[in-house]
Every structure is written in structure tokens, then in C-alpha cells.
Design a protein. Structure first.
Length: 251
């Protein structure tokens, strides 16, 4: 029984080896690797191990790059100090996921799952492309919590028509004509919102595609928008953003 460990933190790699010696004494550690490039090279040249422990965040990238580069058929148990990845995606793909620092009981559970595979000879997930898409899919805001007087409430991003800054404050305009102050800058919001739905037309305005009613040419190679609900000021797409805006509209 051969096990490959991919881990770029020496103390973590040593701890895992010690825990495996106790929980899986029949295993032989074939190699301990610490990089994406080194692991790809190793797997292309050497026989595939029976099990891989794969740290997600490595010094030269994410270990998902390894799965894209090399056809891996053996079970993989992911380890990471980061919990932002979609746990459900790992479960759906019958792959275990361990958060560092590793817990002995969690490791034993993962090994039990691996032994079940080996004993029952169950088919392992071969559709890594679907798995990678599920864990790498960008996560965008779906709602904002706001304060209204003494009350906190949620507003759904799907109800926002546009966002704008005025006198140092940022507001979200809803489709029912209500507006709310948000504790974010437009620069921050620009990275939180789905770019398929929202576009930053100038320094002070982010528009939702569904809010646009009409588009007009405007002087100095700019564009003017009519939106719902109509704001008390002109909406102008700045000249430097016009090409990207047209591409966004015409997808």
C-alpha cells in the first residue's frame, strides 16, 4: 500500500507521516512532495500510488492544477488550512477533505472511507473536470445585511438595480424604488458582484444589466443610459469603459 503526500509545510508533512504510521501501519510513504510542478513531474514518471494526501494551497499554486495536468485514478484526500472551498463538492465526488491542523479522528474516518473503496472495489470519481468546476466556481454576494434605524435586515442582490456613490456614501437602489446605504466602497462591491449581471460604468456607478432600458450615443465617444428606476442624474458610461461595456452587453 503506497501513499503519496503533497505538502509544502515541513511540520505538517512530518505530523501527517507520524499519524499515518499509527492509523495506517500497512502504508508505505512513496514520496513527500512540496510543489505543483514537482508533483506533476513525479506522477508522469512514476507508478501511481494507492492513495494521495493533497494539500490544496502549495507554494507554486493550487493542487487542483495537478488534477488538471495529470489523469489521477486513485483516491485523493485533500488537506488544507483554508475552509473556503465547497465541502459539498468533495462529498459529492466521494473524496474526503481534512482541515489542518489534522485531527486523528478525522484522519481515521478518511482512512476508513479509503479502505471501504479498496474492499468493495467501488468505482472512483473520474470526472475531475466537473469537480474542479464546482470548487473553483467564483462565489458572489447573494445578499447584504443592512441597518435601518434600530433594525437589521437583508436585501437580496437580485433586487438591486444599481449602486452608486454620493458624497462619500454608497447606496443600493432596489427595483421597488427603495434605496439603502451599504458599508462598502464601489471598488469592494465591484469584486463582490457577479460580472455577468453587474458592470462598473464609471467611478461612481455600477449598473445591473436588467435595469437598462435604453442606450444612447453621447458626446466625446461616451454612452448615456436610461434605467429603471430613473436616478435624479445622468448615467454616463465613461469613454474608457465603453468598449468593455459594449462587449458585456453583447455577450
Amino acid at each position: 500500500m503506497t501513499v503519496l503526500i503533497v505538502e509544502d509545510e515541513v511540520p505538517a508533512a512530518k505530523r501527517l507521516q507520524a499519524m499515518l504510521a499509527k492509523a495506517m501501519p500497512e502504508a508505505t510513504i512513496s514520496r513527500v512532495l512540496d510543489s505543483v510542478a514537482g508533483t506533476i513531474d513525479y506522477l508522469r514518471k512514476e507508478a501511481e500510488p494507492d492513495l494521495i494526501f493533497l494539500d490544496i494551497q502549495l507554494a507554486d499554486g493550487e493542487s487542483f492544477d495537478i488534477l488538471e495536468a495529470v489523469p489521477i485514478r486513485c483516491p485523493v484526500i485533500f488537506t488544507t488550512a483554508y475552509d473556503q472551498y465547497t465541502l459539498q463538492a468533495f462529498k459529492v465526488n466521494s473524496i474526503d477533505y481534512l482541515l489542518k491542523p489534522l485531527d486523528e479522528r478525522d484522519l481515521e474516518r478518511a482512512i476508513t472511507q479509503f479502505r471501504t473503496y479498496a474492499l468493495e472495489r467501488r468505482p472512483l470519481p473520474g470526472q475531475w473536470s466537473a469537480f474542479l468546476e464546482s470548487v473553483r466556481k467564483p462565489s458572489y454576494k447573494e445578499r447584504f445585511m443592512i441597518r435601518s434605524g434600530e433594525e437589521f435586515r437583508f436585501i437580496q442582490v437580485s433586487d438591486i438595480q444599481y449602486l452608486y456613490s454620493k458624497q462619500g456614501m454608497v447606496y443600493a437602489q432596489l427595483n421597488d424604488r427603495r434605496k439603502f446605504h451599504l458599508d462598502f466602497t464601489l471598488d469592494q462591491l465591484d469584486g463582490m458582484l457577479n460580472p455577468d449581471e453587474f458592470f462598473r460604468i464609471n467611478r461612481k456607478f455600477i449598473i445591473r444589466l436588467a435595469a437598462i432600458d435604453r442606450i444612447f450615443t453621447y458626446f466625446n465617444s461616451r454612452l448615456k443610459l436610461e434605467v429603471t428606476p430613473a436616478p435624479p442624474f445622468d448615467l454616463i458610461v465613461s469613454r474608457d469603459r465603453v468598449p468593455d461595456f459594449k462587449h458585456w452587453i453583447d455577450r
